[in-house]
Ligand binder design. Structure first.
Ligand SMILES: [Zn+2]
Length: 229
C-alpha cells in the first residue's frame, strides 16, 4: 500500500534536505567531534525550554552537538518534586541530566509571547478546549495569583511579559525542591539560571536572583546564576 504524502509533504521534504546538508557540512566535515560523541555525551549545561518552534535553545545559543542536554515542554515549566510514582517526563529528564550526566548548570529558558503562559493566565477560560495544557501549566498557578495582585494600569499592560518572567522564577524555585538538586547546590556542584529570550527585541535577559529582577546580558558577559554559586 502506498501512503499518500499528505498536505505537508513540502515541509517534510525541507527537513530531509536539511539533514543532507547537516550530513555534508557537519557530520562528515567534523568527523573528530562525532567520533568523540560516539563514546558518550558529557554536556555541562541542561536547558529547560518551551516547545515553541521559535525558541530552539541550540539554534539561538549557537550550541554544538553534545553541548546541551535539553528538555522542552509547554511554557518551559518545572513542576515541584512529587514522588507519587506516576510518570513525570520533565522530572525524569531533570534527574537524568543532573544525576546521570552531572551537568553543572541548569538553565530555564523562557520567552516572550508564550502561548503556554497565556493559557496559564486564562486558565479558567481555556480548560475545556485545552484540557491537557491547562492541567500542565497549572503547576505554575502561583504566577497567576501573583499577576492577579497587579493593580496599576501600567502593571496590567505588561502582565504577559511579567508572567513569562515570573514563570521562569517559579520553575527555578521548584527545581530546588528536588533533593538531588538541593544537595548539589549546597555542595557547590550545580547552579541554576533563569533566562528570558525576547524574540521581538532579539534580546537575552538573565534573572539576578531567585526573585529576579531580569537584566539584559551584555555580549561576551559570563552570566551569574540566580541560585547557587
Ligand atoms: Zn512558550
Amino acid at each position: 500500500m502506498r501512503l499518500s504524502p499528505g498536505p505537508s509533504s513540502a515541509a517534510l521534504q525541507r527537513l530531509v534536505d536539511g539533514f543532507d546538508r547537516f550530513r555534508g557540512q557537519h557530520f562528515e566535515a567534523d568527523a573528530e567531534l562525532y567520533d568523540a560523541l560516539l563514546e558518550g555525551q558529557h554536556p555541562e549545561v541542561m536547558v529547560i525550554a518551551c516547545s515553541d518552534s521559535r525558541t530552539d535553545p541550540a539554534i539561538i545559543c549557537g550550541a554544538q552537538p553534545g553541548d546541551l542536554f535539553v528538555v522542552r515542554n509547554v511554557a518551559a515549566l518545572v513542576p515541584p518534586c512529587e514522588r507519587d510514582r506516576r510518570p513525570h517526563g520533565t522530572a525524569a529528564a531533570i534527574e537524568f541530566g543532573v544525576v546521570a550526566l552531572g551537568v553543572r548548570h541548569v538553565v530555564v529558558l523562557g520567552h516572550s509571547f508564550c502561548a503556554g503562559v497565556r493559557c496559564l493566565l486564562e486558565h479558567d477560560h481555556g480548560a475545556e478546549r485545552f484540557a491537557f495544557v491547562s492541567d500542565w501549566v497549572n503547576v505554575a498557578r502561583e504566577v497567576r495569583e501573583e499577576m492577579d495582585g497587579l493593580v496599576t494600569e501600567a502593571e496590567r499592560l505588561l502582565v504577559a511579559r511579567r508572567a513569562e518572567q515570573a514563570a521562569i522564577l517559579s520553575s527555578l524555585r521548584h527545581l530546588t525542591t528536588y533533593p538531588f538538586i538541593a544537595e548539589r547546590i549546597r555542595e557547590g556542584r550545580l547552579s541554576l539560571h533563569g533566562w528570558y529570550f525576547h524574540f521581538g527585541w532579539g534580546t537575552l535577559q538573565a534573572a539576578e536572583g531567585p526573585r529576579g529582577p531580569f537584566r539584559q546580558l551584555d555580549s561576551g558577559e559570563t552570566p551569574r546564576p540566580a541560585i547557587g554559586g
